[in-house]
Structure formats: structure tokens, C-alpha cells
Design a protein around this ligand. Structure first.
Ligand SMILES: [Zn+2]
Length: 354
């Protein structure tokens, strides 16, 4: 088992009762976990399993232990937000975990959910690459990357595998929720009062807890300063994403001073502008796709090169970018504007419908 990170997560005091703890993780920009230190102690998200030590040390600096945390509220079940919470039981079994009402039912086994993610990467690469050799090389590379993460996850969490010599700490395989949260649900931590907004799009089970007495929206991965990942075949959907963005705009109209606290990056300074930029960028990408398809049939790789250039192919964001363009195409297909031909091996070509 790996030793817990010795360095505490960076602490930033947001208001008298709210702290932000920054935790490094291997997938993306560091996670922002929010600590509500009221009569009840609430954590919004828990971070990646490997950063649980950094989180515990940050809590310690604030005079708290993991056991003092009454509740962890998950904005959504992505690996970098929820997996420390799955290991939490081993240290502090009394801490309650809350999340979207269908989350636990829909993900009965978390490691299986990770396998589904890996399979989806292979799927989108199969859609995109006509050339089998190039495709398989890509899939191998991506599987290696996933295997590295899963191994680290297993090493750290000792995920219930009886063959492993010594299960020091066992993470829950299943997502156990003490409270199932729905749109409009309210709760109080003492002086602060929260309301739940369901905000799918980036992820099916994404919720945004809103603090209504002072005015904070904890926007998770929905609004993070650039376009979040949208994996249409897995747990994302652009139509829902756009609707959730509209909900955030309506929220700001109702509470013009509400502060937007994302799960990655800095506080969103100008939420209206940030939302408009995201929606505008999606519109530009969509128009680009349509323009390209007017020229004739294209596959996902060709569309991707025309949208982002060939440089992105070498980078870590390649799959995320493919998935985003696919999400745009699936949306256009649902609207009846674009059609596709799926070949026997899974490769796909897209065309304009007239
Ligand atoms: Zn996410």
C-alpha cells in the first residue's frame, strides 16, 4: 500500500464558515473540495482516493479529524470526486454520504464503473479510426493508461480483493448513500441553508448544492472555466448540459450576488460571461462540424482534425476532444440533422441529412 501523501492540501478560506481545500490528482487540474464548518461539518466532494491523506492533513490543520466530518456530499461520481469518499468508511464509518437519488442504484459496483469508462475509450477510438492498426495502437495506449490508474486505485484502496496479502484499508465497492437528494431538497448545516439543484449534462447524476442564505453555488464539474468533458455514450448529454447551464443563468438572475465555486480551478468571477463563453464555443464547434459535413461524409477523426488540428492527437486531451465532438454529432443526430453509417467493426461515418 502506498503511503498517504505527506503534504496537506492547500487551504483557502472562502468565507467565515467555508474553506476550499485543493488536492492534486493524476487526471486533470487539482480538485477543489469545499469544507462547510458550521454546527454540522459538511464536505462537498471528497477528491481522488490517493489524495485522502492530503485531505486528512488539511482537516487536521483546521483542528478536525476525518471522524469530525458529519457528511460528504458528492456533486457527481467521477473518479476524482468520489473515490476518497469510498475509502472514508475505513477511517470514519459514522460520516454520512449524500448524493443524487439514483446514483447508488445506477452504480452498484464502483470498480465496474471504472471498467465501463475504459471500455468507452476503446469504443470511441473504434468509431474514429478506420485504420485498424492505428486504432489498435491507440486502444492499447489508452488501456495502459487506464491500467496504471486502476492499479494505483487498487493499491491504495485494497479494493476488496481477498487474494491480496493484506487488506489494510478497504474501500467500499458500492456507493453507499445515507440520503438520496432530489431537485429542490433543502437542508441546513446550522447557520447555512442549502438547496439542491439537479444539473445533468457533464454527468447523469450531477447535482449543484446551492447555499441560499449567503449565496454560494457549488457547481462541481458543470462550470469550471472551460468546456467540461461530455461523454455522450457514457454519462453525458449536450442537450441536458445546455439546460443545466440555463438553470445556472436563472439562478444568477434570482440571486445576482451568488458566488460560483467550481470543483476545479478558481472561483468563477463572472458566471454569466463564463456560461456564455462555454455555450458560444459549443456553437462554434457545432457550426464547424456542419460546415465540414456539407463537403461530404466524414469520420470522427477527420472532423476532429478540422476542429482542433492534428497537434492534439499526441496529447492527453485527445480522447476527451473526440468524445466532445461525438457528443455534438449525437445531438445533431437526435435533432435529425446528421446521419451516420456504422460499419461492422464499429467504425462510423457521418453525413448531412437533407
Ligand atoms: Zn466530472
Amino acid at each position: 500500500m502506498r503511503k498517504p501523501t505527506a503534504k496537506p492540501g492547500e487551504i483557502h478560506q472562502v468565507s467565515d464558515l467555508i474553506y476550499r481545500i485543493t488536492l492534486n490528482q493524476p487526471f486533470y487540474a487539482p480538485n477543489q473540495v469545499y469544507l462547510i464548518r458550521d454546527e454540522q461539518t459538511l464536505l462537498i466532494d471528497s477528491g481522488y482516493v490517493e489524495s485522502i491523506g492530503a485531505l486528512a492533513l488539511a482537516l487536521k490543520r483546521l483542528g478536525l479529524t476525518m471522524k469530525n466530518v458529519d457528511t460528504i456530499l458528492y456533486t457527481h461520481p467521477h473518479i476524482d470526486h468520489i473515490t476518497a469518499g469510498l475509502l472514508w468508511t475505513a477511517y470514519a464509518p459514522r460520516t454520512e454520504r449524500w448524493g443524487q437519488h439514483q446514483l447508488a442504484r445506477d452504480i452498484p459496483d464502483y470498480p465496474d464503473f471504472i471498467d465501463v469508462w475504459q471500455a468507452d475509450t476503446a469504443r470511441v477510438l473504434t468509431v474514429a479510426f478506420k485504420d485498424k492498426q492505428a486504432r489498435n495502437a491507440r486502444i492499447r495506449r489508452s488501456n495502459d493508461r487506464w491500467a496504471r490508474f486502476v492499479k494505483r486505485f487498487d493499491e491504495y484502496a485494497e479494493l476488496g480483493d481477498a487474494t491480496q496479502k493484506k487488506a489494510v484499508r478497504k474501500a467500499d465497492r458500492e456507493i453507499k448513500l445515507n440520503r438520496l437528494l432530489k431537485e429542490g431538497d433543502t437542508f441546513s448545516t446550522g447557520r447555512l441553508h442549502f438547496k439542491i439543484m439537479e444539473t445533468p449534462g457533464h454527468n447523469t447524476w450531477h447535482i449543484t448544492p446551492i447555499e441560499t442564505s449567503v449565496g454560494f453555488a457549488f457547481t462541481g464539474d458543470l462550470l469550471i472555466g472551460n468546456i467540461p468533458a461530455i461523454y455522450d455514450k457514457l454519462d453525458g448529454n449536450l442537450e441536458l448540459f445546455e439546460r443545466s447551464m440555463q438553470k445556472l443563468l436563472d439562478l444568477r438572475k434570482a440571486y445576482p450576488t451568488m458566488r460560483f465555486m467550481p470543483a476545479h480551478g478558481e472561483e468563477i468571477e463572472n458566471p454569466e460571461r463564463a456560461i456564455k463563453v462555454v455555450l458560444k464555443t459549443l456553437g462554434i464547434l457545432e457550426n464547424g462540424l456542419l460546415k465540414k459535413l456539407v463537403e461530404g461524409r466524414k469520420d470522427l477523426l477527420e472532423l476532429m482534425e478540422s476542429a482542433f488540428g492534428t497537434k492534439i492527437e499526441g496529447g492527453n486531451h485527445f480522447v476527451t476532444a473526440l468524445e466532445l465532438l461525438e457528443a455534438l454529432l449525437r445531438k445533431l443526430m437526435r435533432a435529425g440533422r446528421v446521419g451516420s453509417q456504422v460499419y461492422a467493426d464499429g467504425y462510423e461515418e457521418f453525413y448531412m441529412k437533407h
